[in-house]
Write a protein that binds this ligand. Structure first.
Ligand code: C2E
Ligand code: CA
Ligand code: CA
Length: 821
């Protein structure tokens, strides 16, 4: 808070000085009346002085604008002075009385922690002196009342004088509060006048009663103290009520203002609220992390007769939510807080702490989500977009172009990048990648989309090629690739070593409406490998040379996408039927993967599994099939159609030690009993004698899951496998089934397998049964079940469910018929 402005003080003090000097001059020329002489002017002056002092000491403190003011019994004193003293003496008596009383109050205030400066004191005394002088003048102008019997007009004159005193005093106080604390003087004055209204009326009445008592019987004055005490209590409670209402209103407003979602806004609202609620001169919010909001204004000594209060040392109020420290609210110039203010500060502190905590959490969440969105689409090493961002943004860019607009993809792979890592370490490798990323960025145009695909591979999508025909577009793209290659080949210094890293760049140009990003990347990939093979910096895509061998990587990339898409992968289900109990009885169902490729059409497992088996995608793919198959079987079981489901597991998946856990999780999640799951493992894998596979198989078996030897017979010398491993089923390879009618050798193998299987108590399933001859021969041999086109082709999940339902109805009818017969 600023101190009372010097100019305002000077003006009021001068006015006071003028009135006092005039009064002194007039007093000096005053004829000593016989009455005055007889009463003793000195006694009257002394009495007047006493009244003024008492009136000022019995003050009440009220809120005024952003500060405080004190209200006193000045009007009562004024009435008494006007009757008892010659007008000219009044300013002198007021000056003396107010001066002395305020000097005393200043000491009292200082004890209470409210420091008032000398200038404040001067202002207060001057203001009241000016008010008193004008009041005396007003009274005299209406009707001189000193030393004459009181008439009606005299009473009016006294009232007028008292009102002038009140208005002038309050205006000057308001001017001070407004200039030092902010706010409009008129508003503060009106507020103070409203608060003081009852007091003014009471004060004037008390003054008149005192005057009347003096004139009638001075003994009556003895009755006065209790009346005055009661009045004082009444004033105090009135003011208290008003303040209470106002304070809680302000409190509600201040706490409502705290509801912001940002930390700065909340802290500022808290500081603002603290200033308004506690009339402090400065406030700061210091967060637990050390961030500071607001300023601690220089603690100023403040205030005049009316406005209060500031002790120099800041007061800290801890802000906490439960046991969690949020920070501190530091207030400067609080003075000593009354118990109610202390409670309010506690409540406000709690509200502020909660609001800050919320805002901090919000801020953290915001940054975190910004961070994760950023991380999700950026490569952490180079800050370039990653593959996912390239795909989504690239596809969006393609859609925005015309169908025939040419677009180009440059796929860039740094030659022999591994050597950098091996020779200089990974940090140097990272640095090389960053330099390359920087150079490619520099070489790019505004409309290009650049991404790091991973490792040392970068992709640049160019969508603003000249549209002068396909050949021109390709020429332009190749030209850009050449330039880029040359720029990247410029030697760079890494760890003090001068390196030159040349890239191989694959270029493809296509019409925007014809391809998607995956296809562009696939073609660019083929071109890039061509460049590498030919030891050329740049090569472009040639549809004629787009064969399967160059396609492997693209295929894997596409499968990765397919695993995330809902539509592309499905399983078909092929039932195996009982040969003994009749083909109506389904003994099991085999899940067979299918890939509905968006561009290549329907792919059979043979077309992609060999590639996938050599990659790290086999795990996720197996998991996907298991999840789907177990889910379906669980659905059938819930529908009362419990039938085991078989899933083909390749060697690579059996090498993953966590396979048993994955399976047990899936079984639990879909609530399928383990014995309703059969894992089909080819005979060759079973023969591998790998300790890892043996361990995985044993643990799977321990779950209760059944095992089947698939493609049995292809490993020949393999009958031992049936005794060595914990299997429950053996599937005779369809090659032998196909030949068993014509080839005695094939027939012998089938026969031996069936016999051994039956002796070992295994189910024997013949695969690929295509005609009734095969079926009859197998039945004669005692083969348990058969699977093949003769009975069912692989079916969609819906078709299979329908078949299962139908079979059950047929069986029921049979049972009923048997029961009837
Ligand atoms: P598989 O385990 O021998 O599966 C049986 C294959 O024989 C299936 O071919 C099926 O469609 C086909 N088939 C069924 N009945 C007949 C028939 O009467 N005559 C003939 N000639 N063929 C018949 P598909 O679906 O093309 O699967 C080929 C192979 O791919 C499967 O051979 C299996 O080894 C593998 N496979 C399929 N799905 C999965 C899978 O989810 N995971 C793994 N790891 N391998 C799978
Ligand atoms: Ca199989
Ligand atoms: Ca098979």
């Amino acid at each position: 808070m600023r101190p009372v402005p010097a100019r305002l003080t000077a003006a009021v003090a001068s006015a006071a000085a003028v009135s006092v000097v005039l009064a002194a001059l007039l007093t000096a020329g005053l004829p000593t009346t016989p009455y005055a002489a007889s009463q003793g002017v000195l006694a009257a002056v002394a009495a007047g002085f006493g009244v003024v002092v008492i009136a000022q000491l019995a003050r009440l403190r009220v809120r005024a604008g952003a500060g405080h003011a004190t209200l006193a019994w000045g009007e009562a004193a004024m009435v008494v002075l006007c009757v008892n003293l010659p007008p000219a003496v009044i300013p002198l008596v007021i000056l003396a009385g107010v001066g002395v009383s305020h000097a005393v109050l200043r000491v009292v205030d200082a004890r209470a922690g409210r420091v008032r400066s000398a200038r404040d004191l001067l202002y207060s005394v001057s203001a009241l002196t000016v008010a008193g002088s004008l009041a005396a003048l007003t009274t005299v102008l209406v009707q001189p009342v000193h030393d004459v019997p009181l008439t009606t007009r005299g009473v009016l004159a006294l009232c007028a004088g008292a009102l002038v005193y009140c208005v002038v005093a309050i205006s000057l106080v308001a001017a001070h509060v407004a200039t030092s604390r902010g706010g409009r003087p008129a508003t503060v004055a009106v507020e103070l006048l409203r608060g003081k209204l009852l007091m003014v009326v009471g004060n004037i009445a008390v003054g008149l009663v005192i005057v009347w008592s003096c004139l009638t019987d001075a003994l009556l004055l003895l009755l006065l103290p209790p009346v005055l005490w009661l009045l004082q209590q009444l004033y105090a409670s009135r003011i208290g009520d008003r303040e209470e209402r106002r304070t809680w209103h302000e409190f509600a407003e201040a706490t409502r203002d705290l509801n912001r979602l940002d930390v700065r806004g909340t802290a500022d609202a808290g500081i603002d609220g603290a200033r308004r609620l506690f009339g402090v001169t400065g406030a700061r919010v210091i967060l637990a992390d050390g961030t500071v909001f607001g300023t601690a204004s220089a603690a100023s000594t403040s205030s005049d007769m009316s406005s209060t209060a500031s002790s120099a040392a800041p007061v800290g109020h801890a802000l906490a939510v439960g046991a969690l420290a949020v920070g501190e609210l530091e207030l400067t110039g609080v003075g000593r807080l009354r118990p109610r203010d202390q409670r309010m500060l506690d409540a406000f502190g709690d509200a502020l702490a909660a609001a800050l905590h919320d805002a901090i959490t919000q801020d953290a969440l915001r940054t975190m989500s910004e961070r994760t969105t950023y991380d999700a689409i950026h490569d952490p090493l180079t800050g370039l977009f990653n593959r996912a961002a390239l795909l989504s943004r690239g596809n969006a860019l393609l859609r925005r172009r015309g169908v025939d607009d040419p677009v180009a993809m440059l796929l860039l792979d740094v030659n022999d990048f591994k050597e950098v890592n091996n020779a200089l370490g990974h940090a140097a490798g990272d640095e090389v990648l960053r330099v390359i990323a920087g150079r490619v960025t520099e070489a790019g145009n505004a409309g290009d989309l650049l991404a790091r695909l991973g490792g040392d591979e970068f992709a640049l999508l160019i969508t603003d090629l000249d549209t002068g025909g396909a050949d021109l577009a390709l020429a332009a793209a190749v030209e850009r690739a050449r330039k880029l290659g040359a720029q990247l080949a410029v030697p760079m210094r890494i760890d003090g070593v001068l390196l030159s890293k040349e890239p191989s760049i694959g270029v493809v140009v296509a019409a925007a409406g014809e391809v998607d990003l995956t296809e562009l990347l696939r073609r660019a990939d083929i071109a890039m490998y061509q460049a590498k093979r030919a030891v050329q910096p740049v090569a472009w895509y040639d549809a004629a040379r787009d064969d399967a061998s160059t396609d492997r990587l693209a295929l894997l990339a596409e499968l990765r996408e397919a695993l995330h898409s809902e539509e592309q992968l499905t399983v078909e289900l092929q039932p195996a039927v009982s040969l003994a109990a009749g083909a109506q009885q389904i003994t099991g169902v085999e899940a067979l993967i299918r890939w509905k490729h968006p561009r290549r059409g329907r792919l059979a497992p043979d077309q992609f599994l060999p590639v996938v088996e050599a990659s790290e995608l086999m795990g996720p793919l197996t998991r996907w099939v298991l999840d789907r198959a177990i889910g379906l079987a669980s659905g059938w079981r819930r529908a009362g159609l419990a039938v085991p489901v078989s899933v083909n597991i390749s060697a690579r998946s059996l090498l993953e030690r966590q396979l048993p856990e994955t399976i047990s999780d899936l079984l639990a999640r879909h609530r399928l009993p383990a014995e309703l799951l059969v894992l089909e493992i080819t005979e060759t894998v079973m023969l591998s004698k790998s300790p890892v596979i043996d361990d995985v198989l044993a643990r799977v078996r321990r779950l209760g899951v059944q095992l089947a030897v698939d493609d049995f017979g292809t490993g020949f010398s393999s009958f031992t496998v049936l005794t060595r491993l914990p299997v429950q089923e053996v599937k005779i390879d369809r090659e032998f089934v196909a030949q068993m009618i014509d080839s005695p050798k094939a027939e012998a193998i089938v026969r031996a397998t069936v016999e051994l299987g039956l002796r070992l108590n295994l189910r024997v399933v013949a695969e690929g049964v295509e005609n009734p001859d095969q079926r009859a021969a197998l039945a004669t041999l005692g083969c348990t079940s058969a699977q093949g086109f003769l009975f069912h082709p692989p079916l969609s999940a819906d078709r299979l469910a329908a078949v299962l339902r139908e079979r059950r109805q047929v069986q029921r009818r049979h049972l009923r018929a048997e029961g009837a017969g």
